[in-house]
Design a protein around this ligand. Structure first.
Ligand code: SIN
Ligand code: MN
Length: 280
């Protein structure tokens, strides 16, 4: 199904990202934020990553979308049909994560490419796509995502583990910053950003009084099924849902927070490879 404009497809190919403004309604985002902020299990599952300056970033991650509101976003035709159009293939849910960048304390993310980590997971091609949905308004002040426009065309860059975070080779990032425009991805709640797994991205600490939470749903092409098992799933059929399911499930107290969080500390940190250390 064609859901994206020719301009969006061109931007994804040339810039490595595009915005889908107001992709989700105020009601959908209100239900998502309310569910997530009251979700004790999400809070408990959150893993802290030292950003090297004393501040930490917090995130919770799940591999299978589930039947709750998080799954209704990740399985919605609205997102999945668009990603299938970009990747020109059936796609499946690779994982989702909530970035919990809290007011005053939320730390920074080092410059990286998601495929810099995911490459370790037996994926032969960078045929993946991430969709970041702003749960809160994201600004330069509260540490919005920053991207180097067009940097996905560099291909995969080596990633080096430093402290709790793996970052792209700093020398290359410094040169890339001179060649590609740095874009601060200011977003209103409900806006979405589609981005390529080789796009260099980072974010600064949140020194403001406002949280900057974001849901990121990641997809892999069926034809890019990994050749070995990892902590993220191999091809698993994704059951798409109608778009109105977000509100319907979001209004159902018994169901809305249902999802199985991954235990990032025991599942990922015990392993020694870059990928196992880094869920992003
Ligand atoms: C961010 O939200 O600042 C980056 C998160 C990520 O790269 O997964
Ligand atoms: Mn990332």
């Amino acid at each position: 199904m064609s859901v994206l404009s020719a301009q969006q497809i061109k931007a994804y190919s040339e810039d490595g990202f595009f915005f889908a403004r107001e992709m989700f309604s105020a009601e959908e985002i209100h239900l998502l934020r309310e569910t997530a902020t009251n979700d004790h299990a999400m809070d408990q599952a959150a893993s802290l990553r030292d950003d090297g300056t004393g501040a930490s970033v917090r995130l919770s991650l799940w591999n299978h979308p589930g039947d709750g509101i998080y799954g209704m976003f990740a399985r919605s035709h609205r997102i999945v049909d668009a990603v299938e159009q970009l990747l020109e293939d059936e796609v499946y849910h690779y994982h989702s994560k909530m970035i919990l960048k809290d007011a005053k304390v939320g730390g920074a993310w080092a410059w990286h490419q998601d495929y810099g980590y995911w490459y370790q997971n037996g994926l032969l091609f960078p045929d993946l796509c991430s969709v970041m949905i702003a749960v809160d308004k994201a600004t330069e002040q509260n540490g919005c995502l920053q991207v180097l426009q067009g940097s996905h065309r560099m291909g995969r860059v080596n990633h080096i583990l430093s402290g709790d975070q793996a970052g792209a080779d700093v020398e290359r990032v410094e040169h890339a910053k001179k060649r590609f425009p740095l874009i601060h991805c200011s977003m209103d709640a409900g806006d979405a950003l589609f981005f390529h797994p080789n796009l260099l991205h980072a974010s600064a600490a949140n020194l403001s009084d406002h949280p900057r939470w974001a849901l990121i749903c990641c997809y892999n092409a069926r034809s890019n099924d990994p050749y070995k098992e990892s902590h993220h799933p191999s091809y698993t059929k994704l059951d798409k849902v109608e778009d109105d399911m977000i509100v319907r499930v979001g209004q159902d107290d018994a169901r809305r927070s249902r999802v199985d969080f991954a235990n990032l500390d025991s599942d990922d940190r015990s392993a020694t490879s870059l990928a196992d250390e880094q869920p992003s």
